[in-house]
Design a protein around this ligand. Structure first.
Ligand SMILES: C[S@@+](CC[C@H](N)C(=O)[O-])C[C@H]1O[C@@H](n2cnc3c(N)ncnc32)[C@H](O)[C@@H]1O
Length: 183
């Protein structure tokens, strides 16, 4: 069985157009947990980079905090158009994480990898996420409970010293793990 789920940009655009991922933008427990962690930072400005931001589920939960300077990157322009409506002051960039779409020389206090590592070359993406961290910045990773995420969970612990921050579950028993990787 292949580890990486290979969906081209056209497939993501088609799925977002059909509304397959609409539920993500309506609030998910893992995104709520990420938003709480980010908003707890005691900083006057919090630079957030959300890699594979999708249709703005996390952006929507951060939009009411004026301290947050949000950048979301995703391969799907359809998803980004929706995300922009949820956080009009956010910056949204269409790009492929298997390349490196992160604006050069920019640093962030928080970089988020929310349910994205199964679809990309994960070591490359963790590497660009870590490069984008400011000093004392933190990388937050959300993994939905599946065999892929168990492998990623173990690898992130071994290779990057990832710490488990939270286990989250919804009313149907679906589970997520939130991990933190420090700079
Ligand atoms: C399951 S969704 C998660 C979206 C969002 N992070 C969330 O948790 O609601 C996966 C997202 O990854 C994006 N994606 C997949 N492959 C990508 C790539 N190579 N580069 C950038 N984004 C990608 C998809 O367009 C989609 O928005």
């Amino acid at each position: 069985m292949k580890f990486k789920l290979e969906y081209p940009k056209e497939k993501w655009d088609a799925m977002f157009t059909k509304g397959k991922w609409d539920y993500l933008a309506k609030g998910q427990p893992n995104l709520e947990a990420l938003a709480i962690i980010i908003k707890h930072l005691e900083k006057s400005e919090i630079r957030v980079l959300d890699l594979g931001c999708g249709n703005g589920g996390l952006a929507a939960l951060l939009a009411d905090d004026v301290r947050i300077k949000y950048t979301g990157i995703d391969i799907s322009q359809v998803a980004l158009d929706k995300a922009k409506t949820l956080f009009p002051k956010g910056r949204f960039i269409c790009g492929n994480l298997d390349e490196n779409p992160v604006p050069e020389n920019e640093k962030f206090d928080i970089v988020v990898l929310g349910e994205i590592l199964y679809y990309v070359s994960w070591q490359h993406v963790v590497s660009i996420a870590r490069q984008a961290l400011a000093s004392r910045g933190e990388l937050l990773v959300s993994l939905y409970r599946s065999w892929r995420s168990i492998i990623l969970f173990i690898m992130l612990k071994i290779l990057y010293g990832a710490k488990t921050l939270k286990y989250v579950r919804n009313s149907k028993g679906l589970k997520w793990i939130i991990l933190r990787i420090s700079k």
